[in-house]
Design a protein around this ligand. Structure first.
Ligand code: ADP
Ligand code: MG
Ligand code: MG
Length: 905
């Protein structure tokens, strides 16, 4: 029989931290904390496998599960000295969700399970605290109605009509009628009355009774947690994070401990280091006389844990360090033990019941890119981790985030701060105000920078938060769920900004004494928590010395080269500053677009529209100096580093005008008739230009075109050599299908090279290679390698031709394909390892079977995609080439691939 239930408690456990797949993160770590002898209320974990069985079984618990649970409960009862459902000495439990990967706030938890008319009197007698008992009871009713009776039943109430909202409103109305500000002012009888009113309302709205039976509550709770795996917000979070739907969640049934027993009780959340900056300071928030969810839900503004956590918003509030110094010390010791065991920053939940500390959760904490960087280097110094682990500690996404813009401090000084909140997620954001998630998504779809402004941080908003460039909320603390989520994504986020007053009906928001409409622009400094009313300038954050230090470690363990795609001296310099070791793709056609392109473009057009070979040769002669200068300028910047020059690739019709108006102008300029021009341009038209006269085919049909490029390149090289530079030229033939093409072009190259060498009296060394971007080329790669000295996989075209997907038109199809799960991801973003990947492997193997030292690289967009980079490393490529800004990310991905390979051995 499958074992579905694992117990923990009493300083021992059946599971441990390595069992996340079976027990979920929460369950595995609760077990681990028991093994570390930390104070954890006893409990049991029902496996994720059971969740899968539950779904396969038509949403029925597997037979015998409840017996297993009861056996586990016996163990808990023995450890805790209480009994579930007992009238005198009742044990209460929570039913907590917990997936393999943490999904903060996305699934459900119910507290205080087991309170019913049979157990309430006994608990009152035992605790002598009726207020506490009825506070727990009304909380149970609220959570149970919401999670078990409504959500798990698949009931979808109209906006603002959810049972949770209705009960919350009743609570607020009750407080208001009594003139109370805080929940803690409510008295026992009042809470008892509220609980009765709640039950009546629940019956009215949902048509069923709140179960007055401990056993029914327990089973309901377990099922509801399983069901919450398929709740709406959980599903959208999984989609964004790429978590498979079939993982399932575990359920933790755990003895309740109470932070709401009075002034000696409390609950809190903390990070063992600052998750926003990475500073080595214990960082947390807590609330006296409250239950856990109060802190994370952002209902009350929490108190700071200690001096290090004080800020503008909470500095007047008392810290745990001040109020409960002994327990605080104990908690600091827990922090030390956990970091020493996990070698990482942890996010913890704790509760203090009548002065006694209990640990309720720990997990490796989400952090911003800056924090990840700071912590990793600190932990290296502290001896907690080694250099390789430092390299593994930043995800490529977090590194990318470090390269992202922040508000320009100089420009910031020129603006006035209109409001201050808590700096929950760093960096800067400037954008239009969106008051709903819908609006944020709409802006995102239209590529409009936007800032989601909300009353509170609500996990239902995940998609809107994702779509926003920045997030600003009126309520919530640094550890509220949304702050966690935003930070996990490295998103600029300010929470708890109480100067924000939203009027959704009117579509306006007041921030301090300024009023804004949806669509107005504001700026956020997420690192400080400051809000500005106008757009503030942004800058890049790369000059951080820690960044440099980290990248030095990355390069120490990296084995594959990283080059860049660049076509001018500025981009090349930029990329070299980012650590590029050369250019993997120089596209000469870029000199015909944009700045300073008029003159060369005019010459190119003369060439394209030439009637005879003589005319074409003459036009090319005029074009040659431009090509030479373009190559020379960049080769000079690279001095000593290789530059891969790709011969002209695109179909020629891309360079001639297509509107009648422009064609007329061109005709006039060239002194011929419009009809004549039109005829020549029409003659260039192809039905499938991507598969037409382009790439090496141009050079075969018009050899003079490649001849000109060869001459320009060899001259640039020779001139630089005589000027004392060290040019490393690599010439790359695009769109090759067989070796004959390469031979044909090589004859021209050899002849021109000799001529130039004779003229300059130098000997030119260069590499002659080809792109591999047509499936056929990978099949005959061995023959191609007899001439080509290097291969560069052009994975954009290779993907296009392998899938038969047109790169320029395929977006709509790909979107549907991903939605329908026909393909896992856009193959133009991340390499299709299953299919295109095989061709890459084949090309490398066949090529090297002919020429053992064949240099292989990749120059498609995939060169900057971390998952693809890992694949290319395994395929044995010598380098990847990507756009300048992706260079650091590619370096990191390459280093991580090398370390992973070593670890797998
Ligand atoms: P989430 O994954 O959303 O954080 P949790 O299962 O951690 O959900 O529970 C929500 C809150 O309830 C947390 O603050 C947690 O500490 C608290 N909590 C859960 N179980 C218990 C328990 N047995 N005793 C006291 N508090 C609990
Ligand atoms: Mg939790
Ligand atoms: Mg191509």
């Amino acid at each position: 029989m499958t074992k579905y239930v694992y117990t923990f408690g009493g300083k021992t456990a059946e599971g441990n931290a390595s069992m996340k797949n079976e027990l979920g993160g929460k369950g595995a770590n609760l077990a681990e904390m028991c093994l570390l002898k930390l104070p954890v209320p006893a409990g049991l974990t029902i496996t994720t496998e059971c969740c899968t069985a539950y779904y396969q079984n038509n949403c029925q618990l597997p037979a015998g599960l409840m017996d297993e649970v009861h056996a586990g409960m016996k163990n808990m009862e023995a450890i805790m000295g209480m009994k579930y459902g007992d009238p005198e000495n009742p044990l209460l439990v929570s039913c907590r969700s917990g997936a393999r990967k943490s999904m903060p706030g996305m699934m459900d938890t119910v507290l205080n399970i087991g309170l019913c008319s049979k157990t309430i009197p006994g608990l009152i007698k035992k605790t002598n605290n009726p207020r506490f008992v009825y506070d727990s009871y009304r909380r149970l009713i609220m959570m149970y109605a919401d999670v078990v009776m409504e959500k798990a039943e698949g009931i979808e109430p109209a906006d603002g009509k959810s049972i949770r909202k209705q009960l919350d409103d009743m609570l607020d109305a009750y407080k208001e009628a009594k003139g109370y500000k805080s929940d803690t002012e409510l008295k026992a009888e009042e809470l008892q009355q509220l609980a009765e009113d709640f039950k009546v309302r629940i019956k009215e709205v949902l048509g069923t009774e709140f179960p007055d039976d401990a056993e029914a509550q327990l089973e309901g709770g377990i099922k509801a947690v399983f069901k919450s795996w398929n709740g709406k917000k959980a599903i959208s979070y999984r989609r964004i994070e790429g978590i498979p739907d079939d993982w399932g969640t575990a359920v933790n049934v755990q003895t309740m401990v109470f932070g709401n027993m009075g002034e000696g009780s409390a609950t809190g959340v903390a990070f063992t280091r600052n998750p926003a900056t990475g500073d080595n300071q214990f960082y947390g928030e807590w609330l006296i006389n409250a239950q856990g969810e109060d802190v994370v839900a952002g209902i009350r503004t929490p108190n700071p844990l200690n001096d290090d956590t004080k800020n503008e918003q909470n500095k007047h509030m008392q810290s745990m360090q001040e109020l409960m110094p002994e327990t605080y010390k104990e908690l600091c010791e827990v922090r030390r033990i956990l970091e020493e065991n996990y070698h990482d920053m942890l996010d913890i939940e704790f509760t203090i019941q009548d002065g006694k500390l209990y640990m309720l959760q720990c997990r490796v904490g989400k952090r911003t890119g800056v924090a990840a960087l700071t912590m990793a280097l600190d932990m290296l110094k502290e001896g907690l981790i080694d250099e390789k682990e430092v390299v593994m500690r930043l995800t490529p996404e977090q590194l990318d985030e470090l390269l992202h813009p922040i508000l320009d401090a100089a420009d910031e000084k020129k603006h006035t701060v209109i409001a201050k909140g808590l700096p929950a997620g760093p960096g800067g954001a400037v954008g239009k105000i969106a008051l709903t998630s819908e609006k944020a998504k709409e802006y995102r779809a239209a590529k409009v920078a936007n800032i989601l402004v909300r009353e509170e941080t609500n996990p239902e908003d995940v998609e809107g938060m994702r779509a926003a460039d920045g997030i600003l909320t009126a309520r919530g603390g640094m550890t509220s769920h949304a702050a966690l989520v935003a930070r996990g994504w490295g998103k600029c986020c300010i929470v708890g900004c109480d100067a924000v007053k939203i009027d959704l009906e009117k579509g306006i928001v007041k921030i301090g004494d300024k009023q804004f409409k949806e669509g107005d622009i504001i700026s956020l400094n997420g690192s400080k928590g400051w809000v500005y009313e106008e757009p503030v300038g942004m800058i890049n954050a790369t000059e951080n010395p820690l960044f440099q230090q980290f990248m030095a470690l990355v390069d120490k363990y990296r084995k594959m080269g990283v080059r860049t795609n660049a076509d001018n001296p500025e981009d090349a310099q930029n990329a070299v500053n980012f650590g590029a070791e050369g250019i993997g793709l120089f596209r000469i056609e870029h000199m015909f677009y944009g700045k300073n392109s008029e003159e060369p473009l005019a010459k190119l057009r003369n060439m394209i529209l030439a009637n005879t070979t003589e005319e074409r040769v003459a036009a090319l002669a005029e074009l040659e100096p431009y090509i030479k200068n373009a190559a020379k300028g960049t080769l000079k910047v690279l001095n000593g580093k290789p530059l891969t020059f790709r011969l002209m690739d695109p179909p020629l019709h891309e360079f001639v005008p297509h509107t009648e108006e422009k064609q007329k102008a061109l005709a006039k300029e060239r002194g011929i008739t419009f009809e004549e021009i039109k005829k020549r341009i029409d003659a260039l038209n192809e039905v499938n230009p991507m598969m037409g006269l382009r790439g090496v085919r141009l050079g075969i049909v018009y050899p003079e075109i490649t001849e000109t490029q060869f001459r320009a390149l060899f001259q640039a090289t020779a001139e630089l050599m005589t000027e004392g530079f060290d040019p490393h030229l690599e010439i790359m033939v695009p769109l090759t299908i067989n070796v004959k093409e390469l031979e044909h072009q090589k004859v021209i190259a050899d002849r021109v090279k000799k001529e130039v060498e004779a003229k300059f009296g130098v000997e030119i060394n260069y590499l002659y290679g080809t792109m591999i971007e047509i499936p056929r080329a990978t099949l005959v790669a061995d023959k191609i390698a007899s001439v080509a000295q290097f291969f560069s996989f052009g994975t954009n075209d290779l993907t296009q031709m392998t899938f038969g997907f047109s790169r320029d038109d395929v977006n709509a199809i790909v979107k549907d394909y991903i939605e329908e799960k026909i393909i896992p991801a856009d193959p133009f973003n991340t390499l299709d390892q299953e299919g295109v990947g095989q061709l890459v492997n084949l090309g490398v193997q066949r090529g090297r079977s002919q020429r053992a030292n064949l240099k292989c690289g990749v120059c498609g967009e995939h060169g900057g995609d971390p998952a693809s980079v890992r694949f290319f490393y395994k395929a044995g490529l010598n380098y990847v080439s990507c756009s300048p800004f992706r260079v650091p990310v590619a370096r990191l991905a390459a280093a991580q691939a090398a370390i992973e390979e070593e670890r797998a051995k």
